[in-house]
Design a binder for this molecule. Structure first.
Ligand code: ADP
Ligand code: MG
Length: 650
C-alpha cells in the first residue's frame, strides 16, 4: 500500500534578490512499511524534503498524497491532527522541553490529542520500550545525548504513529548511542512502522532498506537494497474522546504557566507590579466607599439627622477667622433663647478643651466637655453605670464628672471609677457616671472624653464667660431649614447684628457634615481610581511586554509543540492562559495590599472598612480581562510562528 506519494513537488527560499530552489520537481513514492534513508551533501535539500513529508512545511508546487489525504486540501487543524496522530518526529537536536522530565516530555503530544487512555502509563511503557524505565523522572539535562534521543523516540511513539521521520537522529551521538538508536529504529520498522531517515553517514544509511541520494534539490539515485517485510500496516485506532481536549489542554496550559512563572520568579513578580498596585487601589477604593457609607449611617443612627450645630461665625467660619463676621461670641444665655423657639426640641450649650486628668500616679490627657443636662437627652439613651449630672449640680457649679471608657481604663484600670475622685487640671472632681461606649468615629476615639457641667467648666476650669457651640435638636427633619432661619434671626436680634450680616453665625446640620465627608471620600476615591486605572493600564503593558519576551525566548518550544500536533489555537490559548495567570496572581497580591491599606485607614478613621465579595470579584474579573486584552497580541504572535523557523530558532 502506498503511504507517501509526491508528484512534482518543489520548494524554494527567497534569499535577498535571488530565489534558491531547495527542492526541484521531486517525484517520490514510499510504500507502507519501508525503511528509507535519504542521503546527500549538506544543503542538498534533505531536511526540506523531510519537513514537507512531515507536514511541517507545505510544497510550493506539486501534489503530496499521504495515505488517503491530499494534504493541500487540509486545514491547519487537520494537519496538526495528522502530525499528532500519524507522525512521529526525531530530530538531531532532540528538541525536548528542558523544564520538564522525561515522562512529561513523552506525554506531551497527548495534550493535543483527543485520544483517551492512561497517558502516564502509556508514556512509561514507551520509555520502557526504549530502555529508559529508570530514567522516567530525569530532566533532559540529567540525561546523556543517547538517552535524550531515546526519550524523543518514545515521545514520537506515544500516539502509535504509522510514519516516523528522523532528521540525522544520530548526528550528535557517540558510536554506542548511535547503535542503540539504530537498533530501536530497526525494531520499529520490523513492527511495520514506516521510517524515513535523513543521514549523511554511509554506515547509518546502510541499515535502511532503501537509500535515496539527493543533490541540489534533485533525487540523484534511489536504490532498494532489500524488500520490506510485508506486515499489515498499522491501523490508527480511531480517537476515543474520553477526556475532552479542551479541559486537558487548559489544565496543561495552567501547569505550563506556573512552570514558566516559577522559572522566572523575579521577572514575573516585577511584571505583576502594575496589576498588584492597581488592584490594591481598587480594593482600597471600594473599602473606603463602603466604610464611609457605613460610618455615616452609624452616626445618623446615634445622633439622628435632626441636629444643628450653631457656632459663632467669628471663630469658626470655615475653621479660619478671616476678620469678617461680628466677632461676637455666643453666651450661655443663648441656650435659653433658642429653647423657647417652637421648632426646637432640646438645646445644650457646649464648651470644650483639653485637660490633664490625674488619679494618684496615673495621668491622662483628654478632652473635657462642659455641657448642660439636656445634652444627655440628645446623645445618650441611658447611662450604663452611675448617672448624668442634674440641673442643680450644673447651676451650683459642682465638680462632678462622667467619664468615657478610655479615660476610665487609663486612670483606674479594671477598678470601678464610680464615686472615686480625680483631678482635672488640679481641681478635684467626683466621678458619678460612665459614658456609654461609642468606639472610634471619624478618626477619633469617642470614649476618650470627660463630660462635666458647663457652669463648672466655664467658671471653675476655663474662667471663660462664653461658650463654644450650641447643639440644637429640632423636632423633625423637615423643620431644619426654617429652624436655621429662626435661630439666626433670634440671635441677630439678641446681639443687635444687622440683618444683612451673613457671617455672624455658622450653622451646620449633620447632613452637611456628611456631605463634606462624602466629598472628601469622593476625592480620595477619584484619586485612587486614577491610580488604579493608570496602574492597571501600565501593568497590562508590562504583562504584554513580558509575554512578548517569553514568546521570543520560547520560540523553539513553540516549534516543538507545533511539530507534536499543537494547533495555532492551542498555542494561542497557552500564552493567553499564562498572561491571565500572571495578572490573576497580581490581583491576589493586590487584594492583600488593599486589605493592608484598608486596615491602616481603619486605624485613622475608625470606619468599618471591609473587603466584600464585590472586591474579590473585581480582583478576579479585572485582571482576567487585562490578561486577555494585553496577552492577546503576544499570544497571536506565538501562534503565527512558522513551525520550521521556530524549530531552527537559536
Ligand atoms: P540539507 O538538510 O540537505 O542539508 P536543507 O534542506 O536544510 O539541506 O536546505 C536546502 C537548501 O535550502 C540549502 O541551500 C539551505 O541553505 C536552503 N534553506 C533551507 N531552509 C532555508 C530557509 N528557511 N531560508 C532560506 N534558505 C533555506
Ligand atoms: Mg539538514
Amino acid at each position: 500500500m502506498t503511504l507517501i506519494s509526491l508528484k512534482g513537488v518543489s520548494k524554494s527560499y527567497v534569499m535577498g534578490p535571488t530565489r534558491l530552489a531547495a527542492l526541484k520537481q521531486i517525484d517520490l513514492t514510499i510504500e507502507s512499511g519501508e525503511f528509507v534513508a535519504i542521503m546527500g551533501a549538506s544543503g542538498s535539500g534533505k531536511s526540506t524534503l523531510l519537513h514537507i513529508l512531515g507536514l511541517l512545511d507545505v510544497p510550493e508546487t506539486g501534489i503530496y498524497q499521504l495515505g488517503d489525504d491530499n494534504i493541500s486540501t487540509l486545514s491547519d487543524e487537520a494537519l496538526a491532527d495528522l502530525r499528532n496522530q500519524k507522525l512521529g518526529f526525531v530530530f538531531q537536536q532532540f528538541h525536548l522541553l528542558s523544564g520538564i522530565n522525561a515522562l512529561d516530555n513523552v506525554q506531551m503530544p497527548r495534550v493535543y490529542s483527543l485520544r483517551g487512555g492512561d497517558d502516564k502509563n502509556d508514556a512509561i511503557a514507551k520509555l520502557t520500550a526504549v530502555g529508559l524505565k529508570d530514567r522516567v523522572h530525569h530532566l533532559p539535562n540529567e540525561l546523556s545525548g543517547g538517552e535524550r534521543q531515546r526519550v524523543a523516540i518514545a515521545r514520537a511513539l506515544i500516539n502509535d504513529p504509522i510514519l516516523v521521520l528522523a532528521d540525522e537522529p544520530t548526528g550528535n551521538l557517540d558510536t554506542k548511542s548511535e547503535e542503540e538508536i539504530m537498533a530501536i529504529l530497526e525494531s520499529l520498522n520490523a513492527e511495520g512502522i514506516t521510517i524515513v531517515m535523513v543521514t549523511h553517514e554511509m554506515e547509518i544509511a546502510a541499515r535502511a532498506k532503501r537509500i535515496i541520494t539527493m543533490r541540489d534539490g534533485n533525487i540523484l539515485s534511489d536504490v532498494v537494497k532489500s524488500k520490506s517485510v510485508k506486515k499489515s500496516p498499522q491501523i490508527v485506532s480511531p480517537p476515543t474522546p474520553i477526556k475532552t481536549m479542551f479541559v486537558a489542554q487548559i489544565w496543561e496550559d495552567i501547569r505550563q504557566a506556573f512552570r514558566s512563572i516559577g522559572v522566572n520568579k523575579t521577572r514575573s513578580f516585577l511584571s505583576m507590579l502594575g496589576i498588584f498596585i492597581g488592584v490594591g487601589a481598587v480594593i482600597t477604593m471600594l473599602a473606603l466607599g463602603t466604610g464611609a457609607t457605613n460610618a455615616i449611617k452609624k452616626d445618623l443612627s446615634t445622633l439622628g439627622s435632626n441636629l444643628l450645630i450653631v457656632r459663632s461665625g467669628a471663630s469658626h467660619n470655615q475653621g479660619v477667622s478671616m476678620g469678617v463676621g461680628s466677632g461676637t461670641e455666643l453666651s450661655i444665655l443663648d441656650s435659653a433663647r433658642l429653647q423657647k423657639l417652637p421648632t426646637v426640641k432640646t438645646v445644650s450649650a457646649i464648651v470644650s478643651g483639653r485637660a490633664q486628668v490625674v488619679n494618684g500616679n496615673k495621668n491622662w490627657n483628654t478632652q473635657v466637655q462642659g455641657v448642660e443636662p439636656s445634652y444627655a437627652n440628645i446623645h445618650y439613651e441611658s447611662i450604663p453605670q452611675g448617672r448624668f449630672f442634674n440641673a442643680d449640680e450644673n447651676s451650683q457649679r459642682e465638680r462632678v464628672a462622667i467619664i468615657g471608657l478610655t479615660v476610665a481604663t487609663q486612670l483606674f484600670g479594671t477598678e470601678s471609677p464610680l464615686g472615686r475622685t480625680i483631678k482635672i487640671n488640679r481641681n478635684s472632681f467626683r466621678v458619678i457616671g460612665l459614658l456609654p461606649a461609642k468606639g472610634f468615629s471619624m478618626g477619633r476615639d469617642g470614649d476618650d472624653q470627660i463630660i462635666i457641667p458647663i457652669h463648672t467648666a466655664m467658671y471653675r476650669l476655663l474662667g471663660s464667660d462664653h461658650i463654644g457651640s450650641l447643639e440644637v435638636e429640632i423636632k423633625s427633619e423637615d423643620l431644619l431649614a426654617i429652624s436655621k432661619t429662626t435661630i439666626t434671626n433670634t440671635l441677630k436680634k439678641a446681639y443687635r447684628i444687622p440683618a444683612d450680616n451673613e457671617d455672624f453665625l455658622d450653622i451646620r446640620d449633620l447632613s452637611e457634615i456628611q456631605k463634606a465627608i462624602k466629598s472628601t471620600v469622593g476625592t480620595m476615591s477619584a484619586l485612587l481610581g486614577a491610580v488604579a486605572a493608570i496602574s492597571l493600564i501600565v501593568g497590562g503593558i508590562g504583562i504584554m511586554n513580558i509575554m512578548l519576551v517569553s514568546v521570543a525566548e520560547r520560540t523553539r518550544e513553540i516549534g516543538i509543540r507545533k511539530a507534536l500536533g499543537a494547533t495555532k489555537k492551542s498555542i494561542q490559548s497557552q500564552f493567553l492562559v499564562e498572561a491571565i495567570i500572571l495578572t490573576l496572581l497580581g490581583g491576589i497580591l493586590g487584594i492583600i495590599l488593599g486589605e493592608g491599606i484598608s486596615q491602616i485607614l481603619k486605624l485613622f478613621t475608625g470606619w468599618p472598612m471591609q473587603i466584600g465579595l464585590n472586591s474579590v470579584i473585581v480582583a478576579t474579573v479585572f485582571p482576567t480581562l487585562i490578561g486577555l486584552f494585553f496577552g492577546y497580541y503576544p499570544a497571536r504572535q506565538a501562534a503565527r510562528l512558522n513551525t520550521i523557523d521556530a524549530l531552527r530558532y537559536e
